[in-house]
Design a protein around this ligand. Structure first.
Ligand SMILES: *Cc1c(COP(=O)(O)O)cnc(C)c1O
Length: 462
């Protein structure tokens, strides 16, 4: 299995190389040269299997010869062992024909654990074999940072540094980063906002001496291995509702388009998915793109579903690559326009193809709160604000096909919004009820590239 860049001018890579590289050298994102397919029989055979067994069968064709079957099964087993639910991704029913897929039973209570826990084990297996060490630096507005630190803590082959905006993440989010005890994890509270953190991260990747010197690696949501891990729960949930003999639709609360793009891959592999519904908050670039045909940045307005507060939806480039007939030059042209003009128009042909799979909806702040209130009162379900955005949009798209809405975080991760809407302050699950008693370990840093680089080099030498 080879991986190609969406911009067409970077070298093809193996699964392992694409995973360790992250971003392609031409600025593009890696995608499989061909999407493997699963037959109706292959999909039917998933019924009744454990999450881990489904994960093995769905992901195996993508990894090529990177790992033996035994190694890969082992990696999967270790990745999901720390989840707080035996089903890993259980589903509950909200209403006739409407189901909620709970993706928040991992160690940091958000769906990012599904990908990050797997990627932690994949990195460790690959680096142990090669005897190499890498330095992961990430920027986070909340959920990605803690998921990465949980996934890589204690691994010999990796140090992980997470930049987060000082004073701008929730107490739960901060403590999930600062209370990780292992010495290979480093929480850095930076002066500035999330965009500043991301800008310094980019600077580090663009400083090639530094990048090569510390063997910098990225695990942000453009890493192909993260998308792949998320394909699995589309299969497990659809099969439990009767696929391949029955079609299903999904609604996905979306920011960077990573999670919903995994659903698109599942569909391309042969899973009978009718619609993939994009659910956005007031930062609605994707909803405007699908409904109006124009992808135009406008600036981020902070919301109560902060993990979806993004300006540019990175993984959308992967969908564009497909609907532009996998022509890297065409995608490179659109991305150049995005950079110079802040947006681009999607061609009619490409737009028609996007619309044949993707539907979309946008939810205001008031509607998000109102949906939390109603879901609690009418369905007995306490939703986090991101999942609430999903459930609201899904309701507007219910029909004869069963709808599965992805619940992306546990309500206890966003207690203020949940309490405001429902009157209930959600408790953390018992396994992390001591979060507020654990000692914090964090380094305050300025928004200064040279100082950050010096700190990272110093920690690695220690
Ligand atoms: C990251 C995140 C999202 C958005 O996921 P994308 O893959 O960026 O679309 C939604 N909800 C929560 C809770 C998240 O952490």
């Amino acid at each position: 299995m080879r991986y190609v860049s969406t911009r067409g001018s970077a070298p093809d890579l193996s699964f392992e190389e694409a995973m360790l590289t992250g971003l392609a050298r031409d600025g593009g994102l890696y995608v499989p040269a061909e999407i493997p397919s699963m037959s109706t029989g292959d999909i039917a055979a998933l019924a009744g299997l454990s999450y881990e067994e489904i994960a093995f069968r769905v992901m195996r064709p993508f990894i090529g010869d990177a790992f033996t079957d035994e190694e890969f099964a082992d990696i999967i087993a270790r990745a999901y062992a720390g989840f707080g639910h035996a089903a890993r991704a259980p589903m509950v029913q909200l209403a006739p024909n409407h189901f909620l897929l709970e993706l928040f039973h991992g160690p940091t209570l958000a769906f990012k654990d599904f990908a990050m826990q797997l990627i932690g084990q994949l990195f460790e297996a690959s680096l142990t074999r090669s005897g190499k060490h890498v330095t992961i630096v990430g920027a986070t507005s909340g959920d990605t940072g803690s998921a990465a630190m949980e996934a890589f803590r204690g691994l010999d082959s990796v140090d992980v540094f997470i930049l987060f905006p000082h004073g701008r993440v929730s107490d739960v989010q901060r403590r999930q980063m600062t209370t990780v005890a292992e010495a290979n994890t480093h929480a850095l509270a930076m002066t500035g906002d999330f965009d500043d953190c991301q800008a310094r991260l980019k600077d580090m990747f663009n400083d090639h001496d530094f990048r090569d010197g510390v063997r910098l690696a990225g695990v942000n949501s453009i890493n192909w291995a993260r998308v792949l891990a998320q394909v699995v729960y589309y299969f497990s949930s659809a099969v439990s509702l009767g696929a391949p003999h029955r079609e299903v639709s999904f609604t996905v609360p979306t920011g960077n388009f990573g999670d919903i793009f995994a659903g698109y891959i599942a569909k391309r592999m042969g899973l009978p998915i009718k619609d993939l519904v994009i659910a956005t908050n007031q930062n609605d670039i994707l909803h405007r793109a699908i409904s109006g045909g124009s992808y135009a940045t406008t600036g981020v307005i902070p919301s109560i579903s902060p993990s979806m507060d993004i300006q540019v939806s990175s993984n959308f480039e992967r969908a564009l690559f497909d609907v532009y007939d996998r022509e890297g030059a065409a995608v490179a042209q659109l991305m150049a326009e995005l950079k110079t003009d802040g947006g681009f128009k999607i061609s009619q042909g490409a737009l028609d193809r996007l619309r044949s799979t993707f539907k979309s909806g946008r939810v205001s702040e008031d509607e998000t709160l109102a949906m939390i209130t109603r879901a609690n009162a009418e369905m007995g379900e306490l939703l986090c604000p991101h999942s609430s955005v999903g459930v609201k949009v899904a309701q507007d798209h219910l029909g004869e096909t069963p709808m599965i809405t992805l619940a992306t975080a546990h309500p206890a991760k966003f207690p203020d919004a949940v309490e405001k809407a429902s009157g209930i302050r959600p408790d953390l699950p018992a396994r992390m009820s001591d979060l507020f008693d654990r000692p914090e370990r964090v380094t305050r840093v300025e928004n200064d590239l040279a100082q950050l680089q010096e700190l990272i080099r110093g920690r690695l030498a220690a």
